[in-house]
Every structure is written in C-alpha cells, then in structure tokens.
Design a protein around this ligand. Structure first.
Ligand SMILES: NC(=O)c1ccc[n+]([C@@H]2O[C@H](COP(=O)([O-])OP(=O)(O)OC[C@H]3O[C@@H](n4cnc5c(N)ncnc54)[C@H](O)[C@@H]3O)[C@@H](O)[C@H]2O)c1
Length: 360
C-alpha cells in the first residue's frame, strides 16, 4: 500500500465505540491511535484491548494528538444522539475529519449546524449509516444501475426489532423514555436506505403509536411508526418500523423491496438475501451466507477511510453528514405529520451542495 494509514481517535467507548475501534485496527487504511471516554474504566479497558492510549476528555486527546486525521464520535445520549453534537463540533474545530454515529444529532437545529460547520471548515463529515453497506445492497444497486429496475414504482421498507408483549421489559431509562426516542434513534437507518435507492423525499405522512403493554407501563415511547411518502422521482414509498412489539413476518427484521417497470428486488434480513424478479424469468436469488448484521460496520468504516484517503470531493463522500441530515429532516417531518393527525408535510430543504453555506 503506498498511502499512509489515517490516524484515528475514537470518542465514546461503549459497545459501538469498541466495534468501530476493532474495525480500524483491522483496516490497513487506518491506524487507531487513541480512545476516549468520560468514564475512566471504559477508556482504560478499551485502550488496553486495542493497545492504544486512553483519554478521559476529547480536549485532552486532541491536545495530546495533533497528528490525528479522524475523530470518530461513538457517544450516545438522549434518544441515542444528544451527545454527538458537542464532540463532533469540537473535533471539526480542531481541523479533524469526523465520522459520527447515527442519529447525527437528536435535534434538527444541531444537525443543520453541524453539517454547515463541516462544510465551512472544508472537512469530511460522515455518518455511520451502515445499513446499506452490505453485499445485497451492493448487488441491488448493480441491478438498478444496469437498468434492471426501470422507472421506480414503489418501495416498501419494514425494519426494527422482533419481539412481543410477553418479552416487553418495561420502560427504559430517561434516554429512552421519551415519545420520539425510537423515531429519532432508529428511523435514520430506513430513511437512509430508502433515500440511497430512491432519492430525495418530497412528501411525508405519518402515524405513530404504541401497544397496550407500553401504555399500562406508562412508557412514553411511541414505538410504532407508519410512514407514507413520495419521492422526487415520482416513486411512492412505505416505511413500517416497530421496536420489539411484534414479530416481523416476510423478510424478517429488515426487508426492503423496490419495484420498477422493468424488475423488482427485495433484500431480506439486511445482510442475508437478495431476490430479483423480472417478468417472464425465474427469480434470481442470492443467499450471502452472512447472518451477522455487525458485518456492516467494517464495510461502512472502510468506505469512509477510502473516501478520505482518496480525497474524494466532499459531495461524493458516501453516507455523508448531509445524507444523515436528510434522514433527520424526514424524521422531523414525520413527527410534525403525526402531531397534526397525519397531515401531509414537505420536509425542510437540504443545504445546497455548492454555494453559500452561511445561508441556511
Ligand atoms: N449504526 C448502528 O448500527 C448502531 C447500532 C447501535 C448503536 N448505534 C449508535 O452508536 C452510538 C453509541 O452507542 P452505544 O450503545 O455504544 O452507547 P453507550 O451509551 O453504551 O456508550 C457511549 C459512551 O460514550 C461516552 N461518552 C458520552 N459523552 C462523551 C464525551 N463527551 N466524551 C467522551 N465520552 C463520552 C459514555 O460515557 C459512554 O461510555 C449511539 O449513538 C447509537 O445510536 C449505532
């Protein structure tokens, strides 16, 4: 390899920070230099595991390692995203490229500001929208790009967590016991997949609810989302997500079907299976033999490392901060629709790819 590995520091050493760190250690495009957590024991344990230095504040880590190219933000917070904004801004401020876990932020104004700031600083801001970094998605994209789908007609995305009322464990802690914690923490994934295949969404209508077991437990979370949408290209779409309230039927916990005038594909269980149908032909079935959803993390992280190493123009960064912002705009449009009894909402426009970043 002729390129020098990119030097990486990871902030937030929970399960996901450890998953990211392992991906860097195993990727020839990266050198994991240091890890950081506000909780000393977590930082120390990860540092020992990966053979790197531990820090207990991002400020100290940035000060000690001016050579870092990338700061990876894997903190969590309310709605699994409220602790992303501050460290991500701090890292950008220090001139570092940032990969941030999803949701990019849990508040839309923070998300807009973060994306704007990365653009202003001319730094890469990526988000771990890992759900389409898989073999079935890659192959499905090939069908699309080779004209195998044609004009898009509809897409259906069912995704979330399998479960039942018998398995309900009671309302979560403060980070989860909020009306929109599932919507904000999770819908970024299906919206990212739908947008990856079908483009920008122009219209959204949503219903949200929760089952009786959550009501009796006074659980505030709206764990069921039913979202109807229209895309810029004319395709119509439906997204159904639920958080462990029921078992998913056909397609498993993660299915995405896109139908067009020339053919249709369906991905099942995210990483496992792809089927392609064309009129007059036997369906083409690809079973990957992969069942581990965790396989999406190193693939997505490698793509980020490739893009940064190659110095791709910022607008070509895969799964960018702007792409993540789009998903948050859709989530906030869905929330607005729900709050208005299912009214039709047009998502807030995205910042321009080019031009004046101060006009947002
Ligand atoms: N992309 C995916 O498929 C996927 C899957 C699960 C979770 N996630 C996301 O990954 C993120 C992390 O999830 P997790 O389960 O590991 O969370 P976690 O709460 O277990 O760990 C987060 C860690 O960050 C630390 N932290 C918080 N603020 C900090 C700061 N300013 N500086 C340093 N450390 C700080 C906390 O002490 C904690 O140890 C969440 O945002 C979640 O939404 C993504």
């Amino acid at each position: 390899m002729d390129k020098k590995p990119l030097k990486v520091g990871v902030v937030g050493m929970g399960g996901i920070g450890n998953t990211h760190s392992a991906a860097y250690v195993n990727d020839e495009l990266a050198e994991l230099v240091c890890v950081c957590d506000l909780i000393k024991a977590k930082a120390d344990a990860a540092a020992e595991k990966f053979g790197v230095k531990a820090y207990y504040s991002l400020k100290d880590m940035l000060h000690a390692h001016p050579e870092l190219d990338i700061v990876d933000v894997t903190t969590s917070g309310f709605e699994n995203g409220s602790s992303h904004f501050e460290p991500a801004m701090e890292a950008l401020d220090a001139g570092k490229h940032v990969l941030c876990e999803k949701p990019i932020c849990n508040e839309i104004t923070d998300a807009r500001q973060l994306v704007n700031y990365a653009k202003k600083k001319d730094l890469y801001l990526g988000c771990n929208l890992n759900h389409y970094f898989s073999i079935p998605s890659e192959k499905a994209r090939e069908y699309m790009d080779n004209g195998g789908i044609g004009e898009q007609v509809y897409c259906i995305n069912k995704v979330g967590f399998n479960g039942s009322s018998a398995g309900y464990g009671g309302k979560g802690g403060p980070k989860w016991n909020l009306p929109y914690s599932h919507a904000k923490a999770f819908l970024t994934h299906p919206f990212s997949v739908m947008r990856y295949f079908c483009g920008n969404v122009t219209h959204i209508q949503a219903f949200m609810d929760k089952p009786g077991c959550r009501r009796s437990a006074e659980d505030l979370m709206l764990s069921i989302q039913s979202v109807h949408m229209r895309f810029e290209n004319g395709c119509v779409g439906y997204l159904l997500s639920q958080r462990g309230d029921a078992m998913f039927g056909l397609g498993g916990w993660w299915s995405f079907e896109l139908a067009g005038t020339k053919g249709t594909f369906c991905i099942e269980n995210c990483v496992e299976k792809l089927t392609y149908w064309k009129q007059g032909q036997e369906p083409e079935v690809m079973n990957t033999g992969i069942t581990d959803f965790g396989s999406t993390f190193p693939r997505r992280i490698h793509a980020f490392l490739e893009d940064v190493s190659n110095g791709v123009p910022k607008e070509y960064l895969r799964s960018s901060g702007r792409d993540a912002l789009a998903t948050m705009e859709y989530i906030f449009a869905a929330i607005e629709s729900y709050e208005q009894g299912g009214a039709l909402v047009r998502p807030h426009p995205l910042p321009p790819m080019h031009g004046d970043v101060t006009r947002m």
